[in-house]
Design a protein around this ligand. Structure first.
Ligand code: NAD
Ligand code: PRE
Length: 289
């Protein structure tokens, strides 16, 4: 049982962690820290947290478990504030979408990554932000990847793993660099593409009102372009090493498809579309396992 869980960043992810932890009875007390006073007030008002703080030191003091759920570009600030109240008896974890940048940030601030910090990433979310978007079952049946280092305390890893399992997630472990490579392909690149396409069509729409005639296809493809620009700016900056080569690779693939379309190479084009459809089916089949 956790005595005092401190969630730093009570937004979509932090709020959902709090709701699920409460529903499963995992903590005696849940406190929240958030830079946005309005969001903090809402989190208290709807009972997601028992108490709210604008100050990290105050909120994290005497917590035996801490979850950092702020954009990855804030981690230097967060770790610096946590340093003065860091307790070796507590377990600290995070939900950041990139893992090498978070680990590098901990190294920068502490000199070396504290052995009671367990880097983590729930592979679940939405295009909405803030505590109002949080739900009790966001992580149920979803994956969580932990990227512990050689020196990370096995007991701390076990506690974080057991926490996520208790709220219904499937936990696995990965090397941080491998995590960033994999997520760049399946999460970061699709977001960049959705933003770029919507940006391009947004400019066209001003002249031709094309959005008036857009329906399910456009809506499905671009849902994630409604995501928080600040969060995605931070992710792109943190994982540029993996994202940029993928953008170049994608551009080459687009050139191939453009060539096939313009030359009327029906068989080859059909085969690209059929292979893509099969690949997506393999992804859907995996979701059911
Ligand atoms: N949205 C997703 O789908 C998703 C999925 C998995 C992981 N993540 C990661 O989880 C983290 C949180 O994402 P989210 O979607 O919950 O974002 P969110 O915007 O809903 O919540 C983040 C909260 O952090 C607060 N915050 C920002 N800077 C702060 C600071 N310096 N000190 C204190 N509070 C601060 C904001 O006010 C906000 O309430 C990010 O690192 C993100 O990359 C997001
Ligand atoms: O479902 C969504 O809207 C998401 O963007 C969730 C999503 C993703 O699948 O790309 C976004 C960022 C994360 O770090 C993990 C999950």
């Amino acid at each position: 049982m956790i005595e005092r869980l401190c969630i730093i960043g009570v937004g979509l992810i932090g709020g959902s962690v709090a709701r699920a932890a409460r529903a499963e009875g995992l903590c005696h007390e849940i406190v929240g820290v958030d830079a946005d006073a309005d969001n903090l007030r809402k989190a208290s008002a709807c009972g997601v947290i028992d108490a709210g703080f604008s100050d990290i030191e105050q909120g994290a003091a005497s917590a035996d478990a801490v979850m950092i759920a702020t954009p990855v570009g804030t981690f230097d600030v967060i770790f610096s504030a946590l340093k003065s109240v860091w307790s070796t008896g507590a377990v600290v974890t995070d939900a950041g979408s990139t893992k090498c940048s978070v680990i590098e940030s901990a190294e920068r601030i502490f000199g070396e990554v504290p052995d009671n910090f367990v880097p983590g990433h729930p592979i679940a979310g939405a295009e909405r932000s803030g505590v109002e978007a949080s739900t009790v079952d966001l992580f149920r049946g979803k994956r969580v990847i932990l990227t512990p280092l050689e020196d990370t305390s096995p007991l701390a890893v076990k506690r974080v793993e057991s926490f996520w399992r208790s709220i219904g997630a499937k936990v696995s472990q990965m090397e941080p660099a491998h995590h960033d490579e994999v997520l760049a392909a399946t999460s970061h690149l699709p977001h960049v593409l959705a933003f770029a396409l919507t940006y391009m069509l947004g400019k066209k729409d001003e002249q031709t009102e094309i959005f008036q005639y857009a329906a399910g296809g456009f809506r499905d493809f671009t849902r994630i372009a409604s995501s928080d620009p600040k969060m995605w700016l931070d992710i792109c900056r943190a994982n540029r090493r993996e994202i940029v080569p993928l953008i170049h690779q994608f551009r080459e693939e687009l050139n191939v498809v453009a060539g096939l379309i313009s030359s009327g190479a029906a068989e080859e084009l059909f085969s690209v579309f059929a292979d893509a459809r099969n690949a997506r089916q393999r992804f859907l089949d995996q979701l059911e396992r």
